[in-house]
Design a protein around this ligand. Structure first.
Ligand code: PRT
Ligand code: ZN
Length: 284
């Protein structure tokens, strides 16, 4: 019994999807022209597909699960299950206008021509806001549409904003935020779900590890209580005596978000020789 996963064949989600599988300890050969491969050490068959096709393949159970951008899933409007948010491929779907055009809120879009590859999402957004506009569906290079007189505005994905900037466009509305999702067919069997669970367990360990660092430091025993109270670790930290009298070594786990703040406080409390190391996997 093998689970079939669909991932992007090439493009913005490819590298992170492959990295995620590899960090989950799933080994496979991914030579460029392959459409399909099998993992050596996990019951997984991997299909390499265009991102636009992945929701349909998962809905039809050609693939059991898949990795796809939330934007693509929303646009396709197919009934699949969102299993896990993966935290990469982040972007937003926005409306942008030539920067010299006036914009006074959504009402300014009334009667305008908007070019997009996201017809369904844009239609729903306009309807919700009671705006009547003309949608020009095009499949690529949406950002050049206003410049060539095809449209007054565009609705497209933005990440850094540099594409908009270099085409003289200004972002005026964000319709949705997006990231890569692990999606699954709704009718998976018990055995298939058991493999999905194993996979999710690994993904969560990898994601959790990425957010945490392992920290080792030396502390004078007299300040030990204070120092321990500063570290919001997994459970209580490990304390080992140092060869030097009156000193201990403290080991714990620290979240990325609070990292710099805590390090400063630790130093102020007399901690020395602070080492911070990445964690590969974390299982709680
Ligand atoms: O061949 P295939 O159909 O599989 O790939 P594709 O060309 O349709 O998609 P691809 O590889 O470009 O993007 C795959 C997914 O990555 C998208 O569906 C999003 O979920 C996600 N993603 C994240 C992005 C971006 N960031 C992004 N910036 N997808 C596209 N872009 C484009 C955007 O369309 C615009 O042209 O990048 C440009 C804007 O980028 P900035 O940085 O200049 O703002
Ligand atoms: Zn695509």
């Amino acid at each position: 019994m093998k689970l079939k996963i669909a991932i992007q064949k090439s493009g913005r989600l490819y590298d992170d999807s492959v990295t995620l599988l590899k960090e989950c300890g799933i080994e496979f050969n991914n030579s460029l022209n392959k459409l399909k491969t099998e993992a050596f050490n996990f019951p997984l068959e991997i299909f390499f597909l265009r991102d636009d096709d992945i929701p349909q393949y998962v809905a039809d159970k050609v693939a059991d699960i898949g990795i796809v951008g939330e934007n693509v899933l929303m646009e396709k409007q197919l009934d699949v299950k969102v299993i896990e948010r993966l935290g990469f491929g982040k972007c937003r779907l926005s409306i942008a206008l030539p920067k010299e055009k006036k914009y006074a809120g959504i009402k300014s879009l009334e009667g305008k021509r908007i070019a997009t590859s996201y017809n369904n999402i844009l239609t729903a957004f306009l309807k919700k806001n009671k705006i009547k506009a003309e949608i020009h569906e095009i499949s690529g290079s949406v950002e050049i549409a206003p410049g060539i007189g095809l449209a007054d505005a565009i609705c497209d994905l933005v990440s850094s904003g540099s594409t908009l900037f270099s085409n003289g466009l200004r972002e005026v509305e964000t319709i949705m935020k997006s990231e890569a999702l692990l999606i699954g067919n709704r009718g998976l069997s018990k055995q298939e779900l058991a493999i999905v669970d194993k996979f999710i367990f690994r993904i969560q360990a990898v994601k959790k590890a990425g957010k945490n660092k392992y920290i080792l430091l030396n502390a004078p025993n007299k300040n030990l209580d204070k120092i321990i109270s500063l570290i919001p670790g997994m459970k209580s930290p490990t304390i080992l005596p140092l060869a030097e009298k009156g000193w201990s070594s403290v080991h714990s786990v620290l979240e990325e978000d609070v990292f710099w703040e805590v390090i400063e406080k630790l130093k102020a409390a007399g901690a020395q020789g602070i080492l911070v190391v990445p964690i590969e996997k974390m299982v709680l």
